[in-house]
Design a protein around this ligand. Structure first.
Ligand code: EPZ
Length: 420
């Protein structure tokens, strides 16, 4: 099982290429099921989750072919020959549930394994199912699988989400694109990845208005056609490497990063003493002087992203003063705390909030990655620590970050992947 070894204390300097957003690519790949024609996606990052989604679509009968030889362009298309999404794939990647809407919209039936929980929370899919039922689908639970059916076409409806859900918004937008009539999604998620999916669907012939707002109006069409779409840069990768520059005391140019996608992350990082400046082609990030404790509460976009919470906490663990980090989206997303504390951080968790009292420096130690963003958080801590840190179970990392050790080493970090 691969591990990553970091020897801390070296200020980063140089340039990091920000890749295509994982959380845009996954729904966009599912959108490829909405037409037999080819959807060509470019700026696709090389991630384990993309490979998993490729395997899922392939077993549905959808071809996912690389175009060119750099593996960053995928041509997706073909007819659906299998409507079952198996447990052994879905349990590895919850975004697999996003094939449910496209299956129902295209062939009127679906048998999708319930994803089950994951390390950061129970993560139910009830909003997905309730919304699809409003569009005319019926579901039965059978042996851990959701058996879905719809007689004829899905029919448009007004859906008001009781709270913001990224996945449910994506699921219902895709299903509604082929439904008969108008669908309104009220209290829809506004993450940049939602707008990216909407723009791609429109390029495929869907009729969607309100893109970027919390109310999406979708006029269903009979069929969608092929299109080409470039995936937006990954705002969480951007925020993660901004924290890397800051915790190391260096300065890094994040190529292709987009300030307008970062929402509250910019304000909070600047408040903590991180300098983020737009320059042609990306963002220049460096630590101004010292880091100061700043508070952060995770919220739906444009609030501070839950996917940045663990990384921010690592940064605050070496800031001057205290900070309070509150997690409002998931019920168990503080598993990086005991690992950071093993490195000398002083973090106390009280329910949904963690009090971080900054220390002058962390001390390297062997630590355990528990989930995707926690693994990056531990790498950040290693960059800023004295001595050697070994991060175990980096398969979590590879799900959502491409070549972290290569990108950081190119900026001067003493970091390497060690197998076995
Ligand atoms: C997406 O997950 C992201 N994943 C997550 O990123 C991200 O943390 C999350 O949105 C919030 O921004 C992808 O896009 C592939 P939600 P999703 O539906 O869609 C509850 C990462 O690190 N909920 O917005 O699953 C849910 O339990 C990953 O890249 C229901 O109760 O998130 C959570 O508490 C981690 N019922 C809250 O809503 C439902 O039917 C928000 O979840 C759906 C969600």
């Amino acid at each position: 099982m691969d591990r990553i070894r970091i020897r801390g204390g070296r200020p980063l300097s140089g340039e990091i290429q920000i890749g295509g957003a994982k959380n845009a690519a996954l729904p966009l790949m599912a959108a490829g099921m909405l037409t037999d024609e080819r959807l060509v996606l470019s700026n696709v990052a090389k991630l384990a989750d993309i490979q998993t989604m490729t395997a899922l679509l392939t077993q549905h009968g959808i071809a996912v072919d690389p175009v060119g030889n750099d593996g960053r362009v995928l041509s997706i298309g073909g007819s659906i020959s299998n409507t079952e999404a198996p447990y052994d794939i879905v349990r590895k990647m919850r975004a697999s549930v996003l094939v449910l809407g496209p299956l129902l919209a295209r062939v009127g039936e679906a048998r999708v394994s319930l994803p089950g929980g994951c390390s950061i929370g129970t993560r139910p899919v009830d909003l997905h199912l309730k919304g699809l039922e409003q569009l005319g689908a019926t579901f039965e639970l059978d042996g851990g699988y959701i058996d879905g059916r719809v007689s004829g076409r899905l029919r448009g409806a007004k859906i008001v989400f009781p709270f913001v859900s990224v996945g449910a918004t994506e699921q219902l937008m895709m299903a509604a694109a082929l439904a008969d009539g108008q669908t309104i999604l009220a209290n829809a998620a506004r993450e940049p990845e939602i707008a990216d999916l909407a723009h791609c669907l429109v390029a495929m012939g869907a009729r969607i208005t309100g893109i970027g707002t919390d109310q999406l109006v979708i006029e269903g069409v009979e069929r969608l056609h092929g299109a080409s779409h470039a995936i937006i840069p990954d705002r969480i990768e951007t925020g993660s490497y901004a924290c890397a520059a800051a915790i190391s005391g260096g300065s890094v140019f994040l190529r292709d990063a987009r300030l307008e996608h970062l929402g509250a992350t910019v304000r909070i990082l600047r408040e903590a003493g991180v300098d983020i400046v737009e320059e042609p082609g990306g963002l220049m990030v460096k630590r101004l002087n010292g880091l100061h404790g700043a508070d952060a509460m995770t919220e739906p976009y444009p609030g501070f992203p839950t996917d940045m919470q663990a990384q921010f906490m690592a940064l605050m663990s070496v800031a001057e003063g205290a900070s309070m980090v509150t997690e409002t989206i998931f019920e168990n997303r503080f598993m990086h705390v005991p690992e950071l504390n093993r490195m000398g951080a002083r973090i106390n968790v009280h329910g949904a909030s963690a009090i971080v009292r900054g220390v002058p420096s962390l001390k390297g130690a062997p630590v355990m990655a528990t989930d995707l963003r926690a693994s990056l958080s531990l790498i950040l801590a290693g960059l800023g620590a004295k001595g050697e840190t070994i991060v175990n179970r980096v398969y979590h990392l590879d799900r959502g970050y491409e070549a972290v050790e290569r990108k950081l080493a190119a900026c001067g970090a003493d970091i390497e992947r060690i197998g076995g």
